[in-house]
Design a protein around this ligand. Structure first.
Ligand SMILES: NC(=O)c1ccc[n+]([C@@H]2O[C@H](COP(=O)([O-])OP(=O)(O)OC[C@H]3O[C@@H](n4cnc5c(N)ncnc54)[C@H](O)[C@@H]3O)[C@@H](O)[C@H]2O)c1
Length: 265
């Protein structure tokens, strides 16, 4: 799909990977709807997109406060997008979080439910609820943010691994939507330099697993992931594809082998 002139919705776009994708899409000439529960971060992303007007192309963005765990909130997001911009061509289901401390098995049931509802529920609901708008448009592209933690067990945060594995299998199972012109794909980033890493520990300090992962794999920039998302949007042959970003484990289930580069940037 050609990105220029299209309408894109990005969840979790108030920070990190979602912000980088929103900006990359805007730079390519897409209109971007920034969806997040963080009003400050979401508005900042819109401001950064508006700043692009000073350069070439792009520069149109709106923030819509959205909780991806709430079907009504997502419905309102998509209705507002269609109402303002006439349709939806691209959805990046990206909002997500790690459990943070206390880690497994001392994590609270409430946090377990929250991680499930945001990371997996938000992707499933977002995909389901955008379909009518994409049908009206004659097709579209959905990219779901999974994680390399879908490929190997993140033992200190099993629910994170489980939700991300769920996102990849959900994405695969959505392959038949391509018959209606709706392509669903996923990105599986390694460790990315975003605010999420501090949330892996006590809110300020990284969890030990994140420190070890950094030593093993190094840190990606949010823009590395954004470029993989844009590649999947552009590539009309990409259907139910899992795009690993960074250094992947050689064999799923085996430890990560540094230098086993599958895809970078
Ligand atoms: N940072 C990494 O190392 C890494 C690696 C692999 C995958 N990911 C995934 O990338 C995605 C983005 O993470 P990030 O690293 O940019 O983190 P981040 O914390 O910088 O951004 C996540 C954004 O999601 C938003 N969000 C949280 N709950 C929400 C909800 N219910 N509704 C709407 N928005 C909500 C947050 O407010 C935040 O702005 C997540 O799905 C994450 O699991 C991150």
């Amino acid at each position: 799909m050609e990105i220029a002139g299209k309408v894109a919705v990005v969840t979790g776009a108030g920070s990190g990977i979602g912000r980088a994708t929103a900006l990359a899409l805007a730079r390519e000439g897409a209109t971007v709807v920034v969806a997040d529960v963080d009003d400050v971060g979401g508005s900042e992303t819109v401001g950064l997109v508006h700043d692009l007007r000073l350069g070439v192309g792009g520069g149109i963005a709106t923030y819509v406060r959205t909780d991806v765990t709430e079907p009504r909130s997502l419905e309102a997001l998509f209705a507002a997008t269609e109402g303002e911009y006439g349709g939806i061509d691209i959805l990046h289901n990206n909002a997500g979080l790690v459990s943070g401390e206390p880690l497994w098995p001392d994590i609270t049931p409430e946090t377990l439910l929250r991680v499930m509802n945001v990371n997996l529920g938000g992707v499933v609901l977002g995909t389901r609820l955008v379909i009518p708008a994409m049908r009206r448009r004659g097709g579209g592209v959905i990219v779901n943010t999974a994680s390399m933690a879908a490929l190997f067990p993140l033992t200190p945060d099993p629910i994170y691994s489980a939700t991300k594995a769920g996102v990849t299998m959900f994405t695969r199972a959505c392959a038949p939507l391509a018959e209606e012109g709706i392509r669903v794909n996923s990105v599986l980033p390694g460790l990315v330099d975003t605010a999420l890493l501090a949330k892996s520990g006590d809110g300020e300090r990284w969890a030990d697993w994140a420190v070890s992962a950094n030593e093993m794999m190094g840190l990606l920039a949010p823009d590395d992931v954004a470029q993989a998302v844009l590649d999947l949007i552009r590539d009309d042959s990409a259907v139910a594809e899992e795009r690993v970003v960074g250094t992947a484990p050689a064999v799923p289930g085996e430890p990560v082998v540094p230098g086993d580069e599958v895809y970078a940037g």
